[in-house]
Design a protein around this ligand. Structure first.
Ligand SMILES: Cc1cc2nc3c(=O)[nH]c(=O)nc-3n(C[C@H](O)[C@H](O)[C@H](O)COP(=O)(O)OP(=O)(O)OC[C@H]3O[C@@H](n4cnc5c(N)ncnc54)[C@H](O)[C@@H]3O)c2cc1C
Length: 501
């Protein structure tokens, strides 16, 4: 071991962020090398609303050595093939943002441009009919793509809907089995060294807990990064108007859908996340236009199934910390920032942040050169996600309420404006970096769903013989449909493989 190594860390907070951090630290660093303590307060509890994930979550489970089937059973999880957006472009219209690929390259042309070429010449088959995840979601059928190698669905992808409280419990058991020590206690004071680094945390019971490094997972309270170190917050409220959510859980009335529903409302949008045992629902809205009581009444009038929890109000501000890592504190989860949950990216950002942090892992001095570069890198991820979310709003054609009129005319960043303009003019997707989260199929889906089609397809498609191309596309659509219709229903697949325990 080298000198000056970090030997002890304290993770403050035991929500999804805290326990994910504990699981990742304890998986990657042997307990003889790093002592990990997590402190959480039952008096405060966790937010418990982050229940929809994206496909890298499955990679995370593998990374942690967690058995996917066991996790699904114990977290009452269900499968998610994408997100269905209702009424975002125009009232009465829906579109799907699937996981995985849409078709496959044809010759030297990417599928989207081949499809565009055929569509501009008379083909009448929607883009999503070539996405295996979209077709499975539409038919409510499911199979793991890995169990269908060489079939029309082998380029599908999926994620999970999970019970946030059960997931935190699962990750806690996993972390404790790897040597993480948990302390129940309310942090009341934070002591600092002369250089401004955090020295110790003192609990209500008077326990003093010191460490070399601290991970702030205290949720929106941001006790260490915000209150103690005074790191400010960059607000995106001028780009994303929604600033509150009402959340309520309901009984399942029907077979759960294999997707998250995001239904646009007069002043925001409503989510529905079906798990095996119940569904999570919420209305994300802007308080400029509707009160908590009105939003609650609206949500309760629309949910399917009997409510099983009281509606909970969650105020938030989309934005991020000016520095996610400052001195000897790394912030994660809601303490580090939050972008409204339209594309279910918050849990992803927790392990993305940790993934980068491990690349830059410091010694006790926490060299500012490392922290600065890390902060630059992770800020890019936040901004990429924020712009992707803004694209869902600013491309609307709705003008029926003040909220939607504002969205349609809202100020957007030059980067996003360029992305939209370049696509409209040429079908090219302007990339912001090599490690982008949302890749071509995601942008194609949102653009197509929001009525944005390029003026021209990429010239490489001209090399394709049009008649053959149209025939080929006309043939693969029914092949995919027929294959999917023979798959188990989502319910059958779950019952046979991973029924909730
Ligand atoms: C409306 C809404 C919907 C969301 N939907 C999604 C989604 O679909 N998908 C997704 O990926 N994410 C979603 N998120 C985000 C997701 O909920 C969070 O990223 C995730 O739950 C992590 O939360 P957390 O652990 O940072 O905070 P919390 O769950 O709030 O945990 C904070 C922890 O800190 C502890 N704590 C706080 N103060 C003290 C103290 N003084 N002493 C000791 N302990 C303390 C608490 O006890 C708790 O253990 C959503 C968020 C919101 C607001």
């Amino acid at each position: 071991m080298q000198n000056n190594e970090i030997k002890k860390i304290i993770i403050a907070g035991g929500g999804t962020a805290g326990w994910l951090a504990a699981a990742l630290f304890s998986t990657h660093i042997p307990k003889e090398r790093l002592e990990i303590v997590l402190i959480e307060s039952d008096e405060i509890g966790t937010i418990g609303v982050g229940e929809s994930t994206i496909p890298p979550f499955l990679g995370l489970l593998r990374n942690l050595g967690i058995n996917e089937q066991d996790f699904i059973k114990k977290c009452h999880a269900s499968f998610k093939l994408g997100i269905k957006f209702d009424d975002w472009h125009k009232i009465g219209e829906s579109y799907f943002h699937p996981f995985g690929q849409i078709g496959a390259n044809i010759g030297n042309t990417d599928f989207y441009n081949a499809w565009l070429y055929a569509t501009q010449n008379g083909l009448d088959i929607p883009l999503q009919d070539f996405s295996p995840s979209s077709v499975m979601a539409r038919e409510n059928r499911f199979m793991l793509p890995i169990m269908a190698q060489g079939s029309p669905i082998n380029n599908a992808a999926f994620a999970l809907h999970l019970d946030a409280k059960l997931a935190a419990k699962y990750l806690r058991t996993h972390s404790e089995s790897q040597g993480v020590k948990r302390i129940e206690g309310l942090i009341e004071r934070v002591e600092k060294h002369e250089n401004g680094f955090i020295k110790s945390l003192t609990t209500k019971r008077g326990e003093v807990l010191d460490a070399d490094f601290f991970v702030d997972c205290t949720g929106f309270r941001a006790l260490l990064i915000g209150d103690s170190l005074g790191v400010g917050y960059i607000s995106w409220e001028n780009e994303l108007l929604c600033n509150r959510a009402i959340a309520v859980q309901t009984e399942n009335t029907d077979i759960p859908d294999a997707y998250t529903t995001s239904a646009a409302q007069d002043f925001g949008w409503r989510w529905r996340i079906p798990l095996q045992s119940r569904s999570g629902n919420g209305y994300v809205f802007s308080s400029q236009f509707i009160s908590d009581d009105e939003a609650t009444a609206k949500l309760l009038s629309q949910v399917q199934g009997k409510p099983i929890t009281d509606p909970m109000v969650v105020p938030f501000q989309s934005g991020m910390r000016k520095e996610i890592w400052s001195k000897n504190v790394l912030s994660l989860g809601l303490a580090s920032g939050f972008i409204e949950p339209l594309e279910s990216t918050a849990i992803h950002l927790v392990y993305r942040t940790l993934d980068f942090f491990f690349r830059y892992f410091p010694d006790k001095n926490c060299d500012a050169v490392l922290a600065n570069d890390f902060n630059r890198r992770i800020a890019n991820d936040y901004i990429e996600i924020k712009d992707f979310i803004v694209a869902h709003y600013c491309l609307t054609e709705r003008e029926d309420t003040e909220f939607w009129r504002w969205c349609k005319n809202q100020p957007i960043t030059q980067d996003l404006r360029n992305k939209i303009e370049v696509f409209k003019k040429s079908s090219a997707l302007r990339e912001t970096g090599p490690e982008e989260l949302f890749r071509a199929p995601s942008w194609y889906s949102i653009f197509e769903g929001m009525g944005v089609r390029p003026k021209r397809y990429n010239f490489l498609a001209d090399a394709l013989e049009l008649e053959e191309l149209v025939q080929f596309l006309g043939k693969i659509k029914p092949e995919l449909d027929n294959y999917v219709r023979k798959l188990p229903t989502l319910k059958q697949f779950i019952n046979e493989n991973c029924k909730a325990q």
